[in-house]
Design a protein around this ligand. Sequence first.
Ligand code: FA5
Ligand code: MG
Length: 328
Amino acid sequence: AAAAAAAVEVGGVKIARDDVVKEDDPTNNVPDTIFSKIGLQLHRRDNHPLGILKNTIYDYFDKNFAGQFDKFDDLCPLVSVKQNFDDVLVPADHVSRSYNDTYYVDSQTVLRCHTSAHQAELLRDGHTHFLVTGDVYRRDSIDSTHYPVFHQMEGFRVFSPDDWSGSGMDGTAYAAADLKKTLEGLARHLFGAVKMRWVDTYFPFTNPSFELEIYFQDDWLEVLGCGVTEQEILKRNGRTDHVAWAFGLGLERLAMVLFDIPDIRLFWSNDKRFTSQFSEGKLGVKFKPFSKFPPCYKDMSFWINDAFTENNLCEVVRGIAGDLVEEV
Ligand code: FA5
Ligand code: MG
């Protein structure tokens, strides 16, 4: 295993390596390669593409909502199963809860797989407009737009009956319209003119639910999920009779489009040829590729048993080859 630091600190919480990586514990599936990413907080580096993007999104919300949005970017990524799943109404048998999809520290604690894990607590604390940015963790396939650690920004806005009563719409229609208007405005703020489309989808915590896709490298790329928050979440957290919208956007996906970054692994690079290309406040500087080595394809055979899943294989490959493997 890679030599990992013994402990890191996030948001005032000390996280020891041995409390997060437990090779012999069947309720734990966190490898050292994942632990080594905890605490790096790429989204808090002002000269990193993810930090530049986060700050530009902050600007948009500050400008359009007069500073009403409260911002959080240092919440601890270790959360309870309740926060990550139950609080946002993810059903008990949903695939995302499986050890195949999520990193478990123990049976009740996970590395958050989305920033939606913080919705309920922030609502309970009285926040009605907030943005939560953070690193999130998923066991997932390997290709140029997927990485087991990536960054999301959650947005959440609560409306009270006064907001929609004069509009001729019901609360849900009003929130959905405001959501789409807000995110289309954000896309224009980031990209200027860009080809985008809305796709209907499903999330347990919103209804209706949508995804926004942007045209990139000759294909549609999903950049965010969003929707009108389920009433049950508002009711449980002190906002009966209110309506809300929420979104969760993938910072890497947006940054790939903005900076022309062709591969998601590059965000983790410490190579000066990468890091020196970006600086605070400079959005949309086009990345200049520097490696001239061609890819090399390998065929391999595996003997597998009934417990085999594709993500198990992908993780073995990541564990051995690190970031050298571009696609499996
Ligand atoms: C969610 O995570 C929802 N929590 C988003 C949400 C929030 C919906 C609030 C409604 C209300 P999803 O799994 O689709 O949804 O991920 C959201 C975004 O994260 C995706 O659109 C994509 O941009 C990004 N993303 C997902 N998986 C990866 C990955 N492996 N690597 C990089 N980015 C990813
Ligand atoms: Mg999705």
